[in-house]
Design a protein around this ligand. Structure first.
Ligand SMILES: [Mg+2]
Length: 227
């Protein structure tokens, strides 16, 4: 779908629609509400976060959450990944003295349906990666949290599911993101932009690395592709 030259968007949230301090940049609500083509919110956050953002922006709840573990499009929810294995790995990490920072009951994890997140500022990364590997899981570093997840579950696959449901070619999408969990999105979308605060993997995978960071970078990207 290309609405008068306006392409559909696949937008990461944290680091991409936010300010450097963490909250959503208020201008992001206008972008979401005013964009004339579909917008997919593709995030590592648990399912309710992007759904709530879409709801309060007044746009369709078209969401890829948990790094591809949960997809919502046209009212249908699909899951990928093994949540029990992720929780077992979390418990093993804690049993070995690892500090997870985020509890399973707190708001970061309590609605997480397919993976587990650990506080990046508190975790023992080496121990977490060691335990995850023993459970045949992998660790994604989004710059905000470590995500213990099932290998092969990726945001990019979620975007392909959404594109199919919407009847849009995946390559029609323009993606914007900031971290390694956006690399798969960048490879599925036709055009990709890394904001200036992006990590090395996202920068290497993107077609364009923007001079501006956070939502300023995203605004620059969408202005460039608006046509
Ligand atoms: Mg991000």
């Amino acid at each position: 779908m290309d609405t008068d030259g306006v392409p559909p968007l696949a937008l990461d949230i944290d680091g991409t629609l936010t300010t450097a301090a963490g909250p959503i940049d208020p201008r992001a609500f206008d972008l979401l509400a005013d964009w004339e083509a579909p917008v997919v919110l593709a995030t590592g956050k648990s399912f309710p976060y992007p759904v709530a953002l879409a709801h309060y922006a007044g746009v369709p709840e078209t969401v890829v959450a948990e790094n591809g573990g949960v997809v919502l499009v046209e009212g249908e929810v699909r899951h990928a990944g093994d949540p029990e294995r992720a929780r077992a790995a979390y418990r093993a990490y804690v049993d070995r003295g690892g500090d997870p920072g985020f509890t399973l009951e707190g708001t970061v994890n309590r609605w997480r349906e397919t993976e587990v997140a650990v506080d990046r500022s508190r975790a023992d990364e080496a121990l977490l990666r060691e335990v995850a590997a023993e459970f045949d899981l992998e660790v994604f570093d989004t710059g905000y949290a470590y995500h213990v997840k099932t290998p092969g579950v990726e945001k990019g696959d979620g975007l392909a599911v959404v594109a199919d449901a919407l009847g849009v070619e995946p390559s029609a999408f323009v993606a914007v993101g900031d971290s390694e969990n956006d690399v798969s999105t960048f490879s599925v979308a036709g055009r990709s932009f890394a904001v200036a605060n992006a990590d090395e993997r996202a920068r290497a995978a993107a077609d364009v690395v923007l001079a501006a960071g956070y939502f300023d970078g995203t605004l620059a990207a969408v202005e460039r592709v608006r046509g």
